[in-house]
Design a protein around this ligand. Structure first.
Ligand code: ZN
Length: 458
């Protein structure tokens, strides 16, 4: 695997392009975001009409915004959406009226802990309006009349999401999912969008066993729409990852799937542990991003989440301080590298059955002894002995890497050589692998047992 020099800088630069766009769960900001991503990887755009029923939810009216501000008696804009997207509560309904400060106050929101930060607020499913501002600016507002204008529209339209589909040799899919509904917030979620885009471009350049589907969709309602439209093909999802919050200084963190023991759980935890000793693995909980929907009990998909901080796990979360200075080249690059590594192991992890399991097969006569590819012959030989001993269909190469404490890549390469030499056959999963291995073992017993011969004679 190689990461081109400057990948971290490129990721940051792309996050910087995405950052100023005013996104929400619907509207032109989402489409513009998908257009920019689509310049990098070909996206299929999907529109889901307002009012569409999705499980227990309904796609809301489409929201768009031109301008919004609060102007004081002197004509000075004291809050201006034009200065920062977060100044307006997302999904604010249109307003054009004059009001006193006392009447305005209930619609003004400040950050609970930091007077220099603008909080991020939304009101998707309850009609309302509001402005968010720095506490220090709010404190300076004087009594008097204010002009409030919100030039928004809430109309029948659609919810937009984008998909990048990469066919592989198998129809089984790896689902990668990132939310695209946050305006001007860098870690949450420009970092995830940038990394998912780069990952798509990289996967497109790689040979693929699995098919890959990268979904860029608004949080919650977007994943529900995706699930609804793909309900009949969900059994194809073999592994999945939700990506988000990948640029801050927290260590790489893997949140396990609801199942807790899915293959993706083992693969991601192994990948992170070998990349970074600080990496964490945390159990599933029904709070977070779209893993909430993808891992809801009716679907229970094998989907984990790769993140750094968890939701609400850093002070700047959902505030204007989650800006481009909070995400670093280094962290973005390391997160991207982790995604690549997870995909590499997904691709390479296989289960085999040993077709010659009676004693050790002779490796020398099959040309499997000796230095190849720079590996020490002893290391390679040990890798083969481990593989031959453990490949009874139940254990994958990753299982064997963990049990033997030997590098996955070396074992994976050695397994390919054993397959080429006719000693190994790949199997689909542990259940079918165990059955196939039993057949191999039983077929090789002496053709007729004494009992059978006796029966025949009678
Ligand atoms: Zn968020």
């Amino acid at each position: 695997m190689s990461i081109p020099a400057g990948t971290g800088a490129e990721l940051h630069a792309f996050a910087t392009r995405l950052y100023p766009i005013c996104r929400s769960i619907t509207g032109n900001g989402v489409r513009e975001t998908l257009r920019l991503i689509g310049e990098r990887i070909p996206l299929e755009m999907q529109e889901v009409r307002s009012g569409s029923k999705v499980f227990d939810w309904e796609v809301p009216l489409e929201w768009n915004i031109d301008e919004a501000y609060v102007r004081d008696g002197d004509g000075r804009k004291v809050v201006d959406f034009g200065a920062h997207n977060l100044h307006l509560v997302s999904y604010s309904e249109p307003v054009a009226q004059q009001m006193t400060l006392a009447d305005l106050r209930p619609n003004l929101h400040v950050h609970r802990h930091n007077p220099d930060w603008i909080p991020y607020r939304t009101s998707y499913y309850r009609r309302s309006w509001g402005f968010c501002l720095r506490g220090r600016d709010s404190d300076r507002l004087r009594e008097g009349k204010y002009d409030v204008r919100i030039a928004s529209s809430l109309q029948p339209g659609s919810l937009t999401y984008g998909e990048f589909v990469l066919p592989g040799r198998s129809r089984e899919e790896v689902l990668l999912f990132t939310h695209i509904c946050h305006p001007s917030l860098a870690n949450d979620n420009a970092s995830g969008m940038a990394i998912a885009t780069w990952l798509g471009a990289w996967l497109g350049s790689q040979p693929r066993r699995y098919s890959y589907r990268i979904v860029f969709a608004p949080g919650t309602i977007g994943s529900l729409c995706w699930l609804k439209r793909n309900e009949k093909r969900l059994s194809r999802v073999r592994h999945g990852l939700v990506l988000g919050l990948l640029g801050d200084s927290a260590p790489l963190t893997y949140k396990r799937s609801r199942r807790g023991d899915a293959e993706i759980d083992r693969i991601a935890q192994y990948a992170l542990a070998t990349l970074d000793p600080q990496a964490r693995s945390i159990p599933f909980e029904p709070y977070g991003y779209d893993e909430r929907q993808l891992c809801s009990p009716g679907f229970n998909l094998p989907v984990g989440r790769l993140t750094r901080s968890v939701n609400d796990g850093y002070a700047q979360y959902h505030s204007s301080a989650d800006d481009l200075a909070l995400i670093s080249h280094q962290q973005l690059e390391a997160s991207f590298h982790a995604c690549q590594r997870i995909c590499e192991i997904i691709e390479a992890d296989r289960r085999y059955i040993n077709l010659s399991p009676w004693g050790e097969p002779r490796l020398g006569k099959r040309g499997l002894y000796g230095a190849v590819g720079g590996n020490s012959p002893a290391m390679r030989e040990h890798a083969m002995l481990w593989l031959l001993n453990q490949s009874d269909g139940a254990s994958s190469v990753l299982d064997i890497a963990q049990r033997s404490d030997r590098p996955f890549d070396m074992l994976s390469q050695a397994a390919t050589e054993l397959e080429k030499a006719g000693l190994f056959r790949e199997v689909r999963n542990a259940a079918s692998g165990t059955t196939e291995f039993r057949k191999v073992v039983s077929r090789a017993k002496p053709r007729k047992s004494k009992a059978k011969q006796r029966r025949k004679r009678q």
